[in-house]
Design a protein around this ligand. Structure first.
Ligand SMILES: C[S@@+](CC[C@H](N)C(=O)[O-])C[C@H]1O[C@@H](n2cnc3c(N)ncnc32)[C@H](O)[C@@H]1O
Length: 237
């Protein structure tokens, strides 16, 4: 029997989706993605963007409308289907063989826009499965959802991100830090030292800004936190 926390299981996340317990979801495009967009793209067009643990984020739509190609990964089928339905988009579903897992996975392809979503575990994805490395990564609610403090998951995660990002690419992260003890429940509280430990082997780290967020029951936030944004660039190994 595995001693992995329940919050790392697909059943946990599928249960949240089934119960509509998705307090992280926003109907507006993320303000920090907009703010740091030029830094993230380096002014380049037609990039391949990766949105790990994509949920039904409208950021994917915004990026695609800017002319970029977007690839998400999201294990909950319901999230993927809601994304297309709520944005009045149509899709096809293909069953695709992956290099690292025995079962084929379902891949959702948007008909109208350049958006593809893999319905599988992020850790199952390799650069071969996704048509090569990405030019940019937008990570909001992904690192903080994978229980990075459990065992070596944090390092496994940053190694995975490094393996999926092109050498000249950029990676924008939103994460948070708070002092309440919430065990392995998402979002994880991640101090700067832990960011350094997880990322410094493979990336240079630029801390962009920190904002204090007060408890706000409208967004189901019952404790104060520091919301932090970082820009990472892959180190040349
Ligand atoms: C906190 S939500 C963030 C969603 C999105 N990034 C946003 O900003 O709205 C995390 C999402 O990741 C999905 N998820 C959790 N673990 C995953 C994994 N290992 N692989 C793929 N998806 C995962 C969950 O179903 C959930 O929709």
């Amino acid at each position: 029997m595995s001693d992995e926390p329940e919050t790392t299981t697909s059943d946990f996340w599928k249960g949240l989706w089934k119960n509509g317990d998705i307090g992280w979801h926003r109907n507006e495009v993320n303000a920090f993605l907009i703010k740091y967009f030029d830094e993230l793209t380096g002014g380049r067009s037609n990039l391949r963007f990766f949105v790990p643990l994509s949920g039904k984020s409208v950021d994917m739509l915004w990026l695609a409308d800017k002319g970029h190609t977007v690839v998400g990964v999201e294990l909950a089928k319901q999230a993927n289907e809601d994304f297309f339905a709520e944005n009045n988009l149509t899709f096809t579903v293909e069953s695709v063989e992956m290099s690292a897992v025995s079962e084929p996975v379902e891949v959702y392809k948007c008909t109208e826009k350049k958006i593809t979503i893999f319905c599988c575990d992020l850790f199952a994805m390799t650069e071969n499965d996704v048509g090569g490395r990405f030019d940019a990564i937008w990570d909001r609610g992904s690192l903080s959802a994978i229980a990075p403090s459990f065992g070596d998951r944090g390092k496994r995660y940053t190694t995975k991100m490094h393996s999926l990002l092109a050498s000249g690419g950029n990676y924008l992260l939103e994460s948070c830090y708070y002092e309440v003890d919430r065990g392995m429940n998402p979002p994880a509280s991640i101090p700067d030292e832990q960011i350094n430990e997880m990322y410094e082997e493979h990336f240079t780290i630029k801390k962009l800004e920190v904002n204090k967020i007060q408890p706000n029951l409208d967004i189901k936030l019952s404790f104060a936190l520091d919301m932090k944004h970082y820009l990472f660039k892959p180190k040349v190994n």
